[in-house]
Design a protein around this ligand. Structure first.
Ligand SMILES: NC(=O)C1=CN([C@@H]2O[C@H](COP(=O)(O)OP(=O)(O)OC[C@H]3O[C@@H](n4cnc5c(N)ncnc54)[C@H](O)[C@@H]3O)[C@@H](O)[C@H]2O)C=CC1
Ligand SMILES: CC(C)CC(=O)C(=O)O
Ligand SMILES: [Mg+2]
Length: 362
């Protein structure tokens, strides 16, 4: 199989983790007889510095012409004070919108070897395997009007939470389809006791739910969901929610798996390339130090192989290699216990490739 992959390393630790992910893909290609061709392009702060825009037209074109997109992360303190459209994050939002990547899949898996990496009790974490589906191209991050202005009462500011029924319906349908392939239990998270947008979300979920009688639909208010995720995460299988709630809940859920450096994601549309990126950001506090955990990006590569290329066996080979590396006690700094030795980003990359090649040390 020959596939074109657009690689957008971005800022901070983005280039460090994507470099290792590209090496991993090359290794998968070698082992399974595939050719992955990479086209690198700028996004975020590095694109702003070079071109004055966080998503250059050329980058968007490369993405449109690719079979899948691999992204590191964008942003950092250097660009934090620019106006909204001159922020690195605006480039990523624009890319998601332009490619209509409305369904963001964020699986949260507790690797048995990492049960002790979390601050939660092992018995609470046992068997946790949930899928958060976050709406990605609507809601507060996109609604208009937005911005600030001087008023008689001083400075005022507005962000708009806007959803059409069609936007809500398509992501809910995707969630029901995914729930059907899992444990057939879907929790729809909203704030229907306060927000009109959430009331439409809930009505739509109830309506679409009638087409999926085999899937048990439950509604949960977002504040309670945030608490339940920590109290008893095992009660969740598939979770669907709007853009900002999903953003926040998935970072929270990352702590079940031990680190934000463990959480991958896939952003999918109805046609065209999928975008694969770790859930974490550019981590300026550790950037340039070879300390980042690349496993979230590796797991995102596995999602790419599965969802975009239908290469189930290859995806499982990556997941298995990661399982074994962790079982054998290898950790990056974010996962290591106090005083425990840890691997750098590049060493973890080498280790996972070695396990993929079955070059397992005795
Ligand atoms: N998809 C994206 O490109 C995202 C970009 N951002 C941007 O990233 C910048 C930093 O944001 P933060 O709030 O600090 O969130 P962050 O996710 O970059 O970092 C939060 C904390 O987690 C740690 N961390 C994150 N990824 C890690 C990894 N792979 N290995 C080890 N530790 C890791 C960081 O060191 C930091 O302590 C901001 O400019 C923000 O807008 C934030 C989230 C997503
Ligand atoms: C545009 C990003 C900075 C938003 C985010 O935090 C995310 O997608 O997880
Ligand atoms: Mg986020």
């Amino acid at each position: 199989m020959i596939k074109q992959i657009a690689v957008l390393p971005g800022d901070g630790i983005g280039p460090e983790v994507t470099e290792e992910a590209v090496r991993l893909l090359e290794e998968v290609g070698k082992q399974f007889g595939h050719t992955f061709q990479f086209q690198f392009a700028d996004i975020g702060g590095c694109a702003l510095d070079k071109t004055g825009t966080p998503l250059p037209e050329e980058t968007l074109q490369i993405c449109r012409e690719s079979d899948a997109i691999l992204l590191g992360a964008v942003g950092g303190p250097k660009w934090d004070h620019g106006p909204g459209e001159k922020r690195p994050e605006a480039g990523l939002l624009k890319l998601r919108k332009a490619l209509q990547l409305y369904a963001n899949l964020r699986p949260v898996i507790v690797f048995p070897a990492l049960v002790n990496a979390s601050t939660l009790k092992p018995e609470v974490l046992e068997g946790v395997n949930l899928m958060i589906i976050r709406e990605l191209t609507g809601g507060l991050y996109f609604g208009q009007p937005r911005g600030r202005k001087e008023t008689d009462e001083g400075l005022a500011v507005v962000d708009t939470l806007y959803y059409t029924e069609a936007e809500i319906e398509r992501v809910l349908r995707k969630a029901f389809e995914i729930a059907r392939l899992r444990k057939k239990h879907l929790v729809s998270v909203d704030k229907a006791n306060v927000l009109d947008s959430s009331r439409l979300w809930r009505e739509t979920a109830d309506r679409i739910g009638k087409e999926y009688p085999d899937v048990k639909l439950e509604h949960m208010l977002v504040d309670n969901a945030a608490m339940q995720l920590i109290r008893r995460p095992g009660q969740f299988d598939t979770v669907v929610t709007e853009n900002m709630f999903g953003d926040i809940l998935s970072d929270e859920a990352a702590m079940l798996s031990g680190s934000l450096g463990m959480l991958p994601s896939a952003s999918l549309s109805d046609s065209g390339p999928g975008l694969y990126e770790p859930v974490h950001g550019s981590a300026p506090d550790i950037a340039g130090q070879n300390l980042a955990n690349p496993l979230a990006t590796f797991l995102s590569v596995a999602m790419m192989l599965k969802y975009s290329f239908n290469l189930e066996q290859e995806a499982q080979a990556i997941e298995q290699a990661i399982h074994k590396v962790l079982e054998d006690g290898y950790r990056t700094r974010d996962l290591a216990q106090e005083g425990e030795r840890y691997l750098t980003t590049t060493e973890m990359g080498e280790k996972v490739r070695a396990y993929l090649k079955q070059e397992v040390p005795s």
